[in-house]
Design a protein around this ligand. Structure first.
Ligand SMILES: [Zn+2]
Length: 424
């Protein structure tokens, strides 16, 4: 090539990468066979207790992050029951799969981040790996179930008081626990016998319960409460509220709720959320999201005064002041004497009556607490919505729960911990 000719830098780069991968895959293959030849011989037993005998090597098409690597592993078989085993696969963590652990880690991560078709394109583009979307789905869900298993183990330990919280030993000034629900589209067979919001009373979605834990460092320049950056962790699942209560409680324990000076539970005031707060966080200050309260107030105003109406100023002042008894009596005076409208308005008012103790907003502002559940609502959009509520999706509960576990783990910054725990 002429010395002064401009190089096609990108072509060089991509050629070098290909060569490096190919060479690396070759070295990896040699390392594997070296290990096989020099590994101490072990006695392989069948599940029936019989000693298994070697039946030579069987080739396996193994895909690694460096590309396909040739691999022939020893096959053992039981003379008695004909059961077979591949001990090498067991040692290398590739039982029943042709993907190396490194590839599976990438597949799980990519599949947690975007739709499986997109994930396949990303893996090809970023890592030169050609894998089918369906394979990514299978592996990502598989890893998600392992994540859930790992989390359950930790939860049980924490709940039994033998696990160690991850939180630092110094005290946490303000510790927040917040949870909410959001519907995701599921397959028809996941909805049998469930009441829903459709016109005919049927359902189309199942509710994912999402919880988050975060801490507050202090105040911003305007004197508003400020969240610790990167302090938010998530847990979630499609499950009963009582199971979810234990899940979020265990996460709070892990994050060091016991070392917190002040604990605040932020919810939207739904009844089961109140039950979780009372059951697991009886010492906490429970705050019902101010914006939900506003929504209910606006709904009342609109029922009384038409679709465009806003809540009158004096109502809003009473709400902000946390003077709920006065607010309820004031609104109550305007109710029609009877009829359907009255019934629905009374229902709206009960929201305020039931949650009055959690609506002392003036006091919360005084104490510089967050009064909105914006963090968990944003979580519902980013953790759940962006991945599980796209058009054309129909999840199985099992598949959705696996991906939810995986996403919560990744977005809580715990995926590397999980992965390291697999081999330790
Ligand atoms: Zn056997």
């Amino acid at each position: 090539m002429a010395a002064r000719q401009t190089p096609d830098f990108e072509a060089w780069e991509s050629l070098m990468l290909q060569a490096a991968r190919k060479g690396g895959a070759g070295v990896l293959g040699s390392l594997l066979s070296h290990w096989q030849q020099h590994a101490p011989r072990e006695i392989i037993l069948c599940q029936c207790g019989q000693r298994m005998s070697s039946r030579g090597r069987r080739a396996k098409g193994l895909l690694t992050t460096l590309g396909p690597a040739p691999f022939g592993r020893s096959f053992y078989q039981c003379k008695l029951c004909c059961h077979g085993r591949f001990p090498d696969d067991e040692h290398l963590d590739i039982v029943g799969t042709t993907y190396s652990p490194g590839v599976r880690r990438l597949m799980a991560r990519a599949g947690s981040q975007s739709q499986f078709e997109q994930a396949a394109e990303d893996l090809l583009c970023y890592a030169g790996l050609k894998v089918q979307p369906r394979e990514i789905e299978r592996v990502a869900e598989d890893v998600g179930r392992q994540v859930e298993h790992w989390l359950c183990g930790q939860q049980n330990q924490l709940l039994q008081g033998v696990g160690t919280p991850a939180a630092p030993l110094q005290s946490i000034p303000k510790f927040y626990v917040s949870f909410d629900g959001t519907g995701i589209p599921v397959r028809k067979n996941e909805l049998v016998g469930r009441k829903g919001k459709q016109a005919d009373g049927s359902a189309r979605t199942r509710e994912v319960k999402l919880g988050c834990v975060f801490t507050q460092i202090g105040l911003d320049k305007e004197g508003n409460p400020q969240r610790d950056p990167d302090s938010t962790t998530y847990v979630g699942a499609i499950e009963s509220s009582s199971l979810f209560g234990w899940r979020i409680y265990a996460e709070a324990l892990r994050r060091g709720v016991d070392q917190a000076n002040e604990v605040v539970v932020l919810t939207d005031g739904a009844r089961y959320n109140r039950t979780i707060a009372q059951t697991h966080f009886p010492q906490a200050v429970h705050i019902v999201d101010l914006f939900h309260a506003y929504e209910h107030l606006t709904a009342i105003a609109q029922t009384l005064r038409g679709k465009e109406a806003k809540a009158p100023e004096d109502w809003r002042h009473l709400l902000e002041a946390g003077n709920i008894s006065r607010l309820v009596s004031k609104v109550g005076q305007q109710l029609p004497a009877s009829g359907k409208t009255k019934k629905s308005l009374l229902k709206q008012l009960r929201y305020f009556e039931n949650n009055a103790a959690q609506m002392r907003y003036a006091e919360y502002r005084e104490k510089k607490f967050f009064v909105g559940s914006g963090v968990v609502e944003a979580g519902c959009r980013t953790v759940i919505g962006e991945r599980l509520k796209q058009s054309g999706m129909h999840w199985s509960v099992r598949g959705a729960n696996a991906i939810i576990a995986l996403r919560c783990c990744v977005l809580s910054g715990r995926f590397e911990d999980f992965w390291a725990s697999r081999t330790s």
